[in-house]
Design a binder for this molecule. Sequence first.
Ligand SMILES: [Zn+2]
Ligand SMILES: [Zn+2]
Length: 337
Amino acid sequence: MKRSEFRKDIVSGEWVLFVPGRAGKPTDLAKKKKPRVPSPKKKCLFEDPFLNVDDKVILGYASRAHGDMRKDWELLVLKNKYPAVVPSKKRARKTPSSRFSESSPGVGYHDLLITRSHTKNFAHISKREAFQIFSAFRERYFMFLRDKNVAYVSMSHNWGKGAGASIFHPHYQILAVPIIPPDISRLLRGSSEYFEKHGQCAFCAMIRSEKKRGSRIVFENRHAIAFCPYASRYEFETRIFPKRHRAFFEDTPDAEMKGMAEALQFVLAKIEKNLADPDYNFFFNVAPARNKNQHKDTYHWNVEIRPVAGIPGGFEYDTGMEVNVVDPEDAAAAIRK
Ligand SMILES: [Zn+2]
Ligand SMILES: [Zn+2]
């Protein structure tokens, strides 16, 4: 891409304006940062979570079988101290929409997942621990499915202050909410329209086309593939997909989950090294928790990585259209390097 160009995401229907080269070399974007300094370990609340939040532990994995959880914990899922949504035994009903308003009670679950090391983020923990995070997400997912109030489960990670992490110690958010969020609705609608038109999963088609082209691929193993999408909304945005058609995160077999976790670790380590350690978010785009039959052929779960690079301005806020100053091919080459 030599000049500016508008590109449309075939699934979400969103347009993106590419202005390659506006910010100089692709990697210049991520080079302006100060070095990352861990917060003092002594003051970290997550160093002894049983002391600080004993009644809040929902789930824990220890480093050895029959280990003492308080001493040997490796991963814990805790109740969030300031939950955005709270569980309810009553069925949450949306108020009938009037001409002025429509609402739904703030019911759901808000968990916090923490791993043991104060400094090792997802890229640097062991393969086993990385898979454990995926397993814990899945375990909680199945718990949430039992609650009829839950429509969607969001799993995400913020790394660095610029990405919204207020605590340095690596931690992950799990939020189960009673509505299907707008970005997910768009993906669901777009992918089922695509299926109707072309008789195949849009994401599978995308994976095939990326494989053929090759230049936007960042990483591939037996079960997973990572690439910078054709219509990336953000600089260095990378998506990781299971290679086999898989609508549902929670039904993914262990071998494929491990492949996905490995791909995520690999890409994050590359981003850290080759883009000068930017802050980033990653999150899971999964199918809704209800009416699974509706999505089984059309949806394909994936993990999205979004390094913090450009700052949006008035144009983006006005139009809802992102401006991306890095050609996704250059982004992939810079990450792969
Ligand atoms: Zn810590
Ligand atoms: Zn698919």
